[in-house]
Design a protein around this ligand. Structure first.
Ligand code: GDG
Length: 486
């Protein structure tokens, strides 16, 4: 470990958001609470024995608050103005990159002013990283919002080791090539020593893009390139390795929570309040066009119309967590979904028997764990999803061995959860059949499937993910020995 002064750290994480939320009481007292989530849990354990700092936005517009400590972790806020939020975050990140990287389900919007804001904000993150990173530090940069940071840090600090992890898919070069700033984004990423992706196909797509766009040399999973930021040859040589390191969940923590008397009692209460149906179908998603909500509702609507399912015996609960509500595509989606739910309920609900329970709200972790336990069939049907943690959470929370998972082939999770009822959400007839199979298959078959998936998530949990990533980063660009199977 490199010795650290009070302001430099040998392990630095950079992510769009800090892992804390601020609340201000009426008398003006500011308190910070740790935001729940797998990334925070995973990082906590890798940061525990190190001098570590986390660089990220504090969650409100304006000047950055002064750096502060949360236990042993130094939190280093990056300030974003209201304009940065509109152009860098809602604009370039969520209305350009997000749709482009998710198979252009909606058309990406390309604005030069958004790109300029993205570059400007990435510079700010890079400066903050360099400020806190000790000589020879390990820097772990997260996600599509910060793709230029690896090279920006590399240019300033050749001494540090840089890893980047993409939480979302990396698109095929045929789609990526649309991006007017495709070469700049790849050059940005090539500042890293190791690039981690959810699926082997994402890593391959990235490597192919490097070859096609930058004319880089790709051998196996390693890319070599010598260029400079203005596109002329002759910059400093870059060598990076790109591979799949699929993210996971804190399986033990969730198992313990789901098994707690309070959560079990709440699960029973929820089932009762739904009128004790024979089958509860559940969906839990951010309200996002990638999650396949329209297709799912289409299938449910048709199953109700066909008389294959009907309340009160079968009921569908859809939690649609509010998301990105200032982006037009999300506002349109909400209108469409709510219109469809209204039509389905108008046609198929009866007094006291609701066909679709639609909840546009966020819930606490306990409530989510209770909902998972109530679900006889979990519907995870995205059109494209980097991983989808909900699938892994569901199989883990059903510690009683019950339940069934319908899972889209277009999720990263489908690469690991082979025993799910896999579906193509675009094929409505096929989706309907798969839902019916998941409802009607015999108990033993469903238990067998759930058992295999639970074991998979337990052995490849979020800790294993973080360990694998850091091992690959430590060795990069060499290939680390085969991942240990516990
Ligand atoms: C991105 C990638 C990748 C949802 N509603 C509530 C709530 N949640 C929790 C879920 C789950 C998480 O949020 C959502 O994770 P997902 O993986 O399903 O999806 P994204 O938000 O799109 O995440 C994705 C992920 O990054 C990690 O790399 O898997 O592919 O798109 O944990 O349970 N949690 C609580 N209340 C809610 O209302 N407490």
């Amino acid at each position: 470990m490199v010795s650290s002064t009070s302001s430099t750290f040998d392990f630095v994480v950079a992510a769009n958001r800090l892992p804390v939320d601020r609340s201000v009481s009426l008398d003006g007292t500011v308190t910070w609470t740790t935001s729940p989530g797998g990334l925070v849990t995973a990082m906590e354990s890798v940061m525990r024995d190190r001098e570590a700092a986390w660089v990220g936005w504090a969650g409100f517009p304006g000047d950055a608050p002064a750096p502060f400590d949360d236990g042993r972790l130094r939190l280093h806020p990056v300030g974003l103005s209201a304009e940065d939020l509109t152009d860098y975050y809602e604009g370039f990140s969520n209305d350009t990159l997000w749709p482009l990287y998710h198979d252009v389900i909606v058309p990406p919007t390309y604005h030069r002013s958004w790109w300029n804001a993205y570059r400007r904000v990435n510079e700010r993150f890079a400066e903050a990283v360099c400020e806190v990173a000790a000589e020879g530090a390990t820097v772990w940069i997260h996600d599509y919002q910060l793709q230029l940071v690896p090279a920006m840090v590399r240019d300033r600090r050749p001494d540090v080791r840089i890893g980047w992890f993409n939480h979302i898919p990396f698109p095929p070069v045929e789609l990526f090539a649309q991006l007017p700033w495709r070469a700049q984004v790849l050059r940005g990423l090539l500042g890293a020593d190791f690039l981690g992706f959810q699926r082997p196909d994402d890593a391959r797509n990235f490597l192919r893009s490097c070859r096609a766009v930058l004319d880089a040399t790709v051998k196996g999973d390693t890319v070599r390139w010598q260029g400079s930021d203005d596109g002329r040859l002759g910059g400093s040589p870059r060598v990076a390795r790109a591979a799949a390191v699929p993210i996971s969940i804190d399986a033990q923590g969730l198992r313990e929570l789901a098994d707690s008397p309070a959560v079990r009692a709440r699960a029973a209460e929820i089932r009762e309040s739904l009128g004790n149906p024979q089958v509860v179908l559940l969906g839990v998603d951010r309200l996002d066009y990638t999650k396949g909500l329209r297709h799912r509702l289409r299938a449910i609507g048709e199953l109700l119309a066909d008389g294959e399912i009907a309340p009160p015996e079968v009921t569908f609960v859809q939690v649609a967590t509010p998301s990105r509500e200032r982006v037009e595509a999300y506002r349109t989606l909400r209108q469409q979904i709510e219109g469809t739910v209204g039509r389905i309920n108008g046609d198929f609900s009866h007094l006291g028997d609701t066909a679709v329970h639609y909840l546009h709200q966020s819930y606490g972790r306990e409530e989510m764990a209770a909902l998972f336990q109530v679900a006889d069939v979990m519907l995870v049907t995205p059109l494209r999803d980097g991983m989808n943690l909900v699938a892994k959470e569901y199989v883990t929370a059903r510690h009683d061995g019950g339940g069934a998972l319908v899972l889209s082939e277009f999720t990263g999770a489908a690469e690991e959860l082979h025993s799910a009822y896999l579906c193509n959400p675009h094929d409505i007839a096929g989706l309907k059949e798969t839902i019916l199979r998941a409802i009607r298959d015999d108990h033993e078959e469903k238990r067998r499937r759930m058992r295999m998936m639970r074991r998979q998530v337990r052995t490849r949990d979020v800790q294993a993910w973080a360990d694998d990533f850091l091992r690959a980063l430590e060795m990069a660009p060499a290939r680390p020995p085969r991942a240990r199977r516990s």
